[in-house]
Design a protein around this ligand. Structure first.
Ligand SMILES: O=C(O)CCC(=O)C(=O)O
Ligand SMILES: [Fe+2]
Length: 277
C-alpha cells in the first residue's frame, strides 16, 4: 500500500538534512547531540517533524484513542505494583504513585500510518544510531511494540520511574497538552552499581527539586534519553488538549520481540486475547 506522506515529507529536511551523509551540518549535528546525550543523558531535536506529518499523526491518534488501552496503576519507581515488606514503608521501594496513560499499539496503526513511515525510515534510524553511538540499530519485530502512540488526557500522568530497559528511549512530541504534561528528569539518580535509595526517595518526596530539569517539548521535537538510571516523570495533564506522544523502539540486534505477558499488561485485552496470555 502507498504511504499518505513520503518519508521526505515527514522529516523537516530543511533543518535536518538527514539523508545526506556527507552534509557538514548533519555531521556537526550528530557530534553535538552525541555529546549532549552523553553528558545530560538526553538530547532534543526541535521541529524534527513537519507540521503536515504532525497533523496526520494527531488525527490518527485521536481516531484510535477510543481503542487505546488505559494503563492505570499504582506503582513504585522501579515499575513494580507490589509493596516489599522487607523494606520500611518510606523506603524508595515502597513509595507508590499513580500512573495513568493510554497506549495505542503498533498493530492498531493503519497500513499508511505516518507514524509507521517515520519509524521505518532508514534515514531516521541511521541518524539515531549515530547519535546513540553504540553500534547499529535494528527495527523491533514485535507485533505491538515498534511504534506506539501514548495519549494523556486530563488527569493522566506518569509518575517518577526508571525505565526497565538499559538502552535508550526515543519519543516524538506530537501534541503537547495545554496545561501540565511536563517531562521532567533528575539525571543520574542512581548508577549501575549504586541504588542511592536515600537520594531516590528524596527526589520522589519532592526534597531534591534542585536536581530536576524540565525537558522542552514543542510539537515535532524528537527526544532521545537514557531513563534507566535517571528518574523521570510526566506531570499531571490538565485541560482538554490531549497530550500525544509517539514512542519508538529500536534494538541493538535484529529479530527482537517482546515478552507476551508484558505486552498483555501494556496493551491490554486485544493483545492478551491474541497471544492467549
Ligand atoms: O512521555 C514522555 O515524555 C516520556 C515517557 C516515558 O517516561 C517513557 O517513554 O519512558
Ligand atoms: Fe520512562
Amino acid at each position: 500500500m502507498s504511504r499518505a506522506v513520503g518519508t521526505s515529507g515527514i522529516v523537516n529536511d530543511q533543518a535536518y538534512p538527514i539523508a545526506d551523509s556527507l552534509n557538514t551540518a548533519r555531521k556537526e549535528l550528530v557530534e553535538r547531540l552525541r555529546a549532549e546525550l552523553e553528558e545530560n543523558l538526553y538530547c532534543v531535536l526541535p521541529e524534527f517533524v513537519t507540521p503536515e506529518a504532525l497533523a496526520a499523526m494527531t488525527q490518527e491518534a485521536k481516531d484510535l484513542q477510543p481503542y487505546a488501552n488505559h494503563n492505570n496503576s499504582l506503582r513504585n519507581c522501579y515499575l513494580h505494583r507490589q509493596k516489599d515488606e522487607t523494606f520500611p514503608d518510606d523506603h524508595a521501594r515502597n513509595l507508590q504513585d499513580r500512573s495513568s496513560v493510554r497506549m495505542i499499539a503498533y498493530d492498531q496503526l493503519a497500513e499508511e500510518s505516518v507514524l509507521k513511515a517515520f519509524y521505518h525510515s532508514e534515514d531516521v534510524r541511521q541518524l539515531v544510531s549515530e547519535i546513540v553511538n553504540e553500534g547499529n540499530l535494528y527495527e523491533n519485530e514485535d507485533p505491538y511494540q515498534p511504534a506506539n502512540y501514548v495519549c494523556y488526557q486530563s488527569g493522566d500522568e506518569s509518575s517518577w520511574h526508571f525505565d526497565a530497559d538499559n538502552s535508550f528511549t526515543m519519543t516524538l512530541m506530537i501534541q503537547p497538552s495545554s496545561i501540565g504534561g511536563e517531562f521532567q528528569m533528575s539525571p543520574n539518580t542512581r548508577s549501575d552499581s549504586e541504588q542511592n535509595y536515600s537520594h531516590v526517595s528524596a527526589v520522589l518526596q519532592g526534597q531534591r527539586d534542585d536536581t530536576i530539569v524540565a525537558v522542552g517539548r514543542e510539537p515535532g521535537a524528537l527526544c532521545i534519553f537514557k531513563g534507566c538510571n535517571s528518574l523521570h516523570r510526566v506531570t499531571p495533564v490538565e485541560g482538554d488538549v490531549l497530550r500525544i506522544m509517539g514512542v519508538f523502539v529500536y534494538e541493538f540486534s535484529p529479530g527482537v520481540v517482546g515478552d507476551p505477558e508484558v505486552n498483555a499488561t501494556i496493551y491490554g485485552s486485544h493483545v492478551a486475547a491474541k497471544s492467549g496470555v
